[in-house]
Design a protein around this ligand. Structure first.
Ligand code: FMN
Length: 310
């Protein structure tokens, strides 16, 4: 039986975007995509979210920036990136040539900075849309501060909305305690989709050195440990907003992805698990196809939100 994994996002905007499947690689875990070519087949994922980009290049946080935890990891990269000018000049043309769907993930310390980054991406070939990171726990200024209250989240979304005609995805934090309110606020302010969730703030201590393991002291927790938290947030938000919800957090198997789709997600991102196994996207997609086919389901959209009914 032929199963259709193709999905269409942003249908509500009148400018729908087709993805060959609902699997996207999460920001910060697939770099600028080009560097993956030698060890993963770039034609497999439905899309990629590039590393968080700011107006000017950033060096990021002091080392160490990564620590393993039980069932997950902590990172405090601190948005090291090449800056938007280099992204536009050096990376976007490569994405266009490869014919892959890449979203830029943007960050900043002020609303003006976010807007300026979005403006620089307007009309750039090779960029399919923008994911607005208002949820990074690893930078001193900006980042998650914008994503912790509905008023600020709406303000920054509206400003970036004005700055770009590209599809606008807003990526939310699990740490606000007000996820559904914030999801509603950014949807009303012009977001075309939301991603749930970014990492959760955490830390680890090196007991022999009697010091925090990360140079930044705290970092963002990701990986399997995050999945139940993300799932609950996706379930709640999908019941409230009319725009697509893109799931992210601890997805490392087709079963995980299916849970998120059944909770109401339109698409899903794989992050930490991809860094462990670069061959994972094809394994997840073939298991997803097998599951749907065994269940007699012709289109992945048929199971979207099915765990919500009844
Ligand atoms: C090393 C690393 C770097 C990350 N950098 C970014 C980033 O630049 N922008 C962003 O929005 N999220 C970033 N994230 C968060 C991921 O995109 C994702 O939201 C999070 O890791 C949860 O998904 P996972 O459990 O599948 O990894 C990063 C995560 C990791 C592990």
């Amino acid at each position: 039986m032929n199963t259709n994994l193709e999905i269409e996002l942003f249908t509500q905007t009148g400018k729908p975007l087709k993805l060959k499947n609902p699997l996207l690689l999460a920001s910060g875990t697939c770099g600028y995509v080009c560097e993956l070519e030698s060890f993963t087949d770039l034609s497999i994922p439905g899309g990629f979210i590039a590393k968080g980009t700011t107006l000017h290049p950033r060096e990021g946080n002091p080392q160490p920036r990564i620590a393993e935890t039980e069932n997950g990891m902590l990172n405090a990269i601190g948005l090291e990136n090449i800056g938007v000018e280099a992204l536009v000049k050096e990376k976007a043309p490569v994405w266009e040539n490869l014919g892959i769907t890449v979203f830029a993930n943007i960050a900043g310390s002020t609303i003006d900075e976010y807007s300026a980054v979005a403006e620089s991406l307007e009309g750039v070939k090779g960029i399919a849309g923008v994911e607005l990171n208002i949820s990074c726990p690893n930078v001193k200024a900006g980042g998650v501060e914008f994503g912790l209250n509905p008023k600020m989240a709406a303000e920054i979304t509206a400003a970036v909305r004005k700055a770009t005609t590209l599809p606008l995805i807003v990526k939310l934090s699990p740490g606000s305690g007000r996820t559904t309110e914030i999801a509603q606020a950014v949807a009303s302010a012009g977001a075309d989709a939301i991603t749930l969730i970014n990492t959760f703030r955490g830390m680890a201590i090196d007991t022999s050195r009697r010091k925090p393991l990360l140079g930044n002291v705290t970092g963002g927790l990701s990986g399997p440990v995050l999945k139940p938290v993300a799932l609950a947030m996706v379930y709640e938000a999908a019941g409230i907003v009319d725009i697509p919800v893109i799931a992210c957090g601890g997805i490392s198997s087709a079963e995980d992805a299916i849970e998120f789709i059944m909770a109401g997600a339109s698409a899903f991102q794989v992050g930490t698990a991809f860094m462990v196994d670069p061959g994972l996207p094809s394994k997840i997609l073939s298991s997803l196809e097998k599951f749907l086919s065994e269940q007699g389901i012709k289109d992945v959209a048929e199971i979207k939100g099915c765990a919500r009914n009844g």
